[in-house]
Design a protein around this ligand. Structure first.
Ligand code: TRP
Length: 360
């Protein structure tokens, strides 16, 4: 059929799913981090293109010891790969290895209203508590926006506490696009199913600040001690119990195979068992659950070069993408002085990542 004015335009192909998330390197991951976030990243790595990075620039707002920061970044990478983040599926890199993102942060900063950042909780909380805040903390959501926009991410898996930042990102991208044309892709947050709430050893939400964590790669003997000390109620053994309002059962459910979980639920309802037995079962189930990750971790620890080469390759891929987006943004707002969007400085290969990703 010949095309004429009445032929509707061909539908735009749907935007490819591009998943991205940043992970703060705050020390050893605990079960809450794993079930609340990391597991979802791993599940999503096969859904579309996936980018995951270790947010060392963000961490700089809290970690002030260089050696510690380096170690935290390295350990986070080792842990993520051990847990199943597969560098053949996902691009894993370190945030600061892609300097294009910090340049993009500036472009976004010029369209960021102060009031928007004043309402963001990390800064607001500090201020309300009368603590001094630096500009890094204040502009944290702008850097995070650049992180997301630099890779044309469409889906950003995050916890509830980060949703506000995704809103900021959408807001800034929208303003920039409105001023300069369609430069940025607007992302959507994706929350973990079921809220991702994992109870800690005291029954409250598992969190470092409550000192109630069980860590993914903790020494097994030390972990067993912690599990055996998990607080439980003091009802008599014979009394039937509802598994659904018991945090010990909630933890067991995360770790145990479905058939075992059902059997345990049955035991709860019938009564006549002790919490000690459940704890022992939890020790066993969790050591099984993370056994493969532990052995992968041992192998990676024995070969530190391997993780560095994964990160270098990831940085190279990430930079190529970020460079494209940054060029688009520079061109749109009038910074680039030639049509290709390159700075008019000779000998500056604006479109060629160094290939080393800065991790020599
Ligand atoms: N702020 C996030 C956190 O603390 C980490 C982060 C940085 C991030 N940049 C990001 C998350 C971009 C998603 C997308 O958890």
């Amino acid at each position: 059929m010949p095309a004429d004015e009445t032929t509707p335009p061909a539908p735009r192909p749907p935007a490819p799913t591009r998943v991205l998330s940043g992970i703060q390197p705050t020390g050893r991951f605990h079960w809450g981090n794993y079930f609340g976030a990391i597991r979802q990243y791993i599940d999503l790595q096969t859904v579309g293109e996936a980018y995951y990075f270790i947010a060392d620039l963000h961490a700089l707002t809290t970690v002030r010891e260089p050696d510690r920061l380096r170690a935290l970044v390295h350990d986070a990478a080792v842990d993520l790969v051990s847990l199943g983040l597969d560098p053949d599926h996902a691009t894993l890199f370190v945030q600061s290895d892609v300097p294009e993102v910090t340049e993009l942060t500036w472009l976004l900063m010029t369209v960021t209203p102060m009031g928007l950042l004043e309402r963001c909780h990390a800064y607001k909380d500090k201020k309300t508590r009368g603590l001094p805040a630096d500009a890094g903390l204040f502009t944290y959501p702008v850097l995070m926006s650049a992180d997301i926009l630099a890779y044309d991410a469409t889906v950003v898996p995050v916890g509830e506490d980060q949703v506000q930042h995704i809103e900021v990102c959408r807001d800034l991208a929208g303003t920039f696009n409105h001023l300069y044309g369609e430069v940025f892709t607007l992302p959507k947050p994706r929350l973990v199913e079921g809220g991702g709430r994992v109870p800690g050893t005291d029954g409250q939400k598992m969190s470092k600040s409550y000192e109630n964590t069980l860590d993914v790669f903790e020494d097994l003997a030390a972990q067993k001690k912690k599990i055996m000390r998990i607080t439980t109620d003091s009802r008599p053994m014979e009394e039937p119990k509802n598994p659904d309002d018991d945090h010990l059962f909630a933890l067991y459910s995360l770790m145990a195979p479905e058939a075992d979980r059902l059997k345990m639920a049955d035991l709860y309802r019938r009564g006549g068992f002790g919490y000690g037995e459940v704890k022992k079962a939890l020790v066993e189930a969790s050591s099984q659950f993370f056994a493969e990750a532990r052995s992968r971790r041992a192998a990676l620890e024995a070969d530190p070069e391997r993780i560095e080469s994964i990160l270098a390759a990831g940085a190279e891929r990430a930079r190529a993408k970020a460079r494209d987006v940054l060029d688009r943004a520079r061109r749109a707002c009038g910074l680039a002085r030639d049509k290709a969007g390159k700075p008019a400085i000779s000998g500056q290969p604006a479109d060629k990542p160094s290939g080393k990703g800065g991790r020599a």
